[in-house]
Design a protein around this ligand. Structure first.
Ligand SMILES: Nc1ncnc2c1ncn2[C@@H]1O[C@H](COP(=O)(O)OP(=O)(O)OP(=O)(O)O)[C@@H](O)[C@H]1O
Ligand code: NI
Length: 266
């Protein structure tokens, strides 16, 4: 598996009156690659453009979005013609909001739908087995989404995104709202999928939390890629980091509490 994002830009067109058209650029000239076997953490503050990139990869942008540059999966450009074949089967999206779950459908039904979207017909036993892979009891199949805890809902979305055994998983803030133990569980699962050969794009605002599970870290700020680092260089005072922005971000993390002289003793 190989994902190529090349000189990718994104704007939104707004109409002021009938003739006047304004364009707001939200992603600027992004270039990076992701290969099977690795977790690339895409880190950025709220509004940086992380989810828009995820939506662009899956072809689910609003109609007034205009893009430039290219997105390729194993060399094939992702567009309206190719995406239906890739989504679900080759590429799985874990959406940012649990509101993407259908509130009126039982969880087992939703997992079955996700399988069908990947052209898979799973038996009840197979569906239950998929649930247990994500630490969800089989009784969850009969529950409605509002009956799940936040962690269970996240795990269900992960089960849905991966039911077609995609080679690329894009997880948009998969740990948001979870306690550290549940968050670690999710991140460990994603790491395991990468170790099994998947490419994982882990979208997060939490640099410190993602570093132990990532191979590389891309930093997005105001729609621009302002850093690409190996995860292991985020250690100590960050002296091994190649970019100033990444170093500043690392040193500013509350856990690190660096002053110009060095770490403060707690
Ligand atoms: N449909 C839209 N029309 C115009 N601007 C939009 C639209 N959708 C998103 N934006 C803008 O694009 C920017 C990036 O949004 P995006 O949702 O990708 O951020 P994010 O990094 O995922 O943030 P968060 O961490 O809060 O999820 C924001 O400034 C947002 O206001
Ligand atoms: Ni987002």
């Amino acid at each position: 598996m190989r994902l190529d994002v090349e000189r990718f830009s994104l704007s939104f067109v707004r109409y002021d009156g009938v003739l006047r058209q304004r364009s707001i650029q939200v992603l600027h000239d992004l270039t990076f690659q992701l290969e099977g076997g690795e977790v690339l953490a895409l880190v950025g503050v709220s509004g940086a453009g992380k989810s828009l990139l995820a939506h662009a990869l899956f072809g689910i942008l609003p109609p007034n979005a205009r893009s430039a540059g290219s997105l390729r999966f194993d060399g094939v450009p992702l567009d309206d013609a190719t995406l239906p074949n890739f989504r679900g089967r080759h590429m799985g999206l874990v959406p940012q909001s649990i509101s993407h779950l259908d509130p009126l459908a039982r969880c087992g039904r939703q997992l079955a739908w996700a399988a069908e979207r990947s052209n898979l017909r799973l038996t009840k036993a197979q569906l239950a087995e998929r649930l247990s892979t994500f630490n969800l009891p089989r009784t969850v199949a009969h529950n409605f989404p509002h009956q799940l805890s936040g962690g269970m809902a996240r795990r269900l979305m992960l089960a849905m995104a991966t039911v077609g055994q995609p080679q690329l998983i894009v997880a948009d803030e998969p740990t948001s709202g979870l306690d550290p133990k549940n968050a670690e569980n999710i991140l460990r699962t994603l790491r395991g999928m990468a170790d099994a050969g998947c490419g994982v794009l882990l979208i997060t605002h939490d640099l410190v939390q993602s570093v132990p599970y990532a191979d590389r870290v891309a930093i997005l700020n105001s729609g621009r890629l302002v850093g690409m680092e190996t995860a292991r260089s985020f250690s100590g005072a960050g002296d091994e980091l190649t970019g100033d922005y990444a170093r500043a971000l690392w040193r500013a993390a509350p856990q690190n509490a660096f002053t110009p002289e060095g770490p403060i003793d707690a």
